[in-house]
Design a protein around this ligand. Structure first.
Ligand SMILES: *[C@@H]1O[C@H](CO)[C@@H](O)[C@H](O)[C@H]1NC(C)=O
Ligand SMILES: *[C@@H]1O[C@H](CO)[C@@H](O)[C@H](O)[C@H]1NC(C)=O
Ligand SMILES: *[C@@H]1O[C@H](CO)[C@@H](O)[C@H](O)[C@H]1NC(C)=O
Ligand SMILES: *[C@@H]1O[C@H](CO)[C@@H](O)[C@H](O)[C@H]1NC(C)=O
Length: 449
């Protein structure tokens, strides 16, 4: 039983991991007329890879406003300082080469925003909306508010220096990082991805914004893109209460088609609809089909709606049970503990939400817990967690934001491998759930920070 307690402590200690890992464009890919990635990978300005020794999110993240609780100001720069100029000093991290009229994919990690959307209350559906602006005349001192909401699809908005190219939901409907939360698990099955040799992305499926480049760009010149992700906090009616936006700035070299990587054979004919979409053999090597096929139509801006309450209970019991299974605890015991851990975890969540808007320990946290002990055997058995979990109620400290989903979750026989280094951010050990020495049926558990 010590194992069970240790695991529960681990699982619940790893709260708040995902809420602090934010997203930026990690890579750009040129799309073939059939939607497959082609050519060489491109990068944003001032790129630092997550694998760089000493890397942390602040090396690439640009959050506006910088301090939660502040409002947007007119003079807030669009780009982080390292991205305010065409900063490409590392020849191994070059600009994307594309051609005018090409479609390209901007790719980013979801970092739990898609697969653990309950990590912060009041967030928009589909993890918010991404806007991509393009200009041939970037300025070092471009501001967010001078462009975002100003530049329009027809290029006539704001100061007219650029235009809105597309806007899409942050959640492209497929992407995930590998964790044992149920959203990720569902998507791993539906959009299965096998890691290519040496791939930094691994078996995680990065999200993408598929962007149509204008047809009237100058060959040999750079075209600058501003990726703006709006993940503001809203009230129930959809009114923004706290702005929270992230940007990435990048350049694309507009090449003569024949000079673009291995796309020599691809002549943009302006009619990609005439080419059937590539049949997917491995997710993460092509555009999102529905988005890609809509790029030739007149762009629309998706509606931003307030999030609906999510059902988190099943995911908690799933995560706890899976973590225990991974430690060799028998299936029935893991299932029972998974179910009975729910009130404790929800109570802890309620406490940490008050303090810091923390995350619940679905997903990466449980995966980390499951693999934290190197001596732990891999899970070898399956368990059904019965739908006996109570709703998050007032006496558990909850605000009634979450409801209960009565589902049966099955812990499958393998625990996914650890996500890529840094892919879910550092696992902050902020709040420790101290369990009683007695094993079962405790109502007097103590929560310490
Ligand atoms: C260019 O990017 C690198 C890496 O982010 C950064 O260290 C450097 O300061 C940047 N240079 C400029 C001029 O912004
Ligand atoms: C992250 O890196 C930046 C720049 O190297 C550094 O100033 C900052 O202290 C680091 N933050 C953490 C939490 O390590
Ligand atoms: C898709 O297009 C690329 C580039 O033209 C080509 O190399 C690839 O063979 C095509 N794939 C399929 C399945 O047609
Ligand atoms: C939560 O569960 C309830 C009851 O099963 C269901 O009606 C509702 O659609 C679920 N909400 C979400 C966001 O899945």
């Amino acid at each position: 039983m010590q194992d069970i307690k240790t695991s529960l402590v681990l699982v619940t200690t790893l709260l708040a991991s995902l809420a602090h890992a934010h997203s930026w464009v990690e890579a750009l890919s040129l799309l073939s007329p059939n939607g497959s990635f082609t050519g060489n990978t491109g990068y944003p300005r001032g790129m630092i890879l997550r694998t760089t020794p000493g890397f942390n999110d602040t090396n690439m993240q640009w959050q506006l406003p910088a301090n939660a609780g502040s409002q947007l100001l007119d003079n807030m720069p669009m780009c982080r300082p390292s991205q305010q100029t065409s900063n490409y000093t590392d020849s191994s991290l070059p600009k994307l080469e594309a051609y005018q009229g090409a479609n390209i994919a901007l790719r980013y990690q979801e970092n739990g925003h898609v697969t653990t959307p309950w990590s912060k209350p009041g967030k928009p559906e589909h993890s918010g909306v991404v806007y991509v602006y393009g200009t041939s005349q970037p300025k070092e001192d471009d501001t967010l508010l001078g462009i975002h909401g100003q530049w329009t699809l027809d290029g006539k908005g704001g100061d007219g220096r650029g235009r809105l190219l597309t806007s899409q939901y942050f959640d492209d409907g497929q992407c995930y990082q590998i964790n044992i939360g149920y959203i990720s698990a569902d998507r791993q099955a539906q959009f299965h991805r096998v890691a290519e040799a040496g791939s930094f992305q691994g078996a995680n499926l990065w999200c993408q914004t598929d962007v149509p480049l204008p047809n009237d760009l100058d060959v040999g010149k750079d075209y600058t893109l501003y990726w703006v992700w709006d993940w503001s906090t809203m009230d129930g009616s959809g009114t923004v209460t706290l702005p929270e936006l992230y940007t990435t700035c990048m350049d694309v070299t507009i090449a003569d088609t024949k000079q673009v990587g291995d796309t020599g054979a691809v002549v943009p004919d302006g009619d990609s609809k005439s080419v059937p979409f590539v049949s997917i053999t491995n997710y993460g090597e092509a555009a999102i089909q529905s988005v890609f096929e809509s790029l030739s139509a007149a762009p629309t801006v998706p509606k931003v709606t307030a999030t609906v309450p999510v059902n988190i209970t099943a995911s908690i019991s799933y995560s706890v049970a899976a973590a225990l299974l991974a430690k060799g605890v028998s299936s029935p015991a893991a299932a029972a503990q998974g179910a009975s851990a729910v009130p404790l975890v929800l109570a802890t969540l309620a406490l940490s939400t008050h303090a810091t808007a923390g995350a619940i320990p679905a997903a990466g946290a449980a995966t980390a817990a499951a693999t934290a002990d190197s001596g732990a055997p891999a899970a070898t058995s399956a368990a059904s967690v019965p739908p006996t979990n109570p709703p998050r109620s007032a006496d558990l400290g909850g605000g009634g934001e979450c409801s209960v989903q009565t589902v049966t979750v099955t812990v499958t026989s393998t625990i996914p491998s650890q996500p890529q280094a840094h892919s879910t951010g550092s696992l902050a050990r902020r709040r420790i759930l101290a369990l009683d020495d007695d094993d079962d049926d405790d109502d007097d558990d103590v929560f310490d920070s």
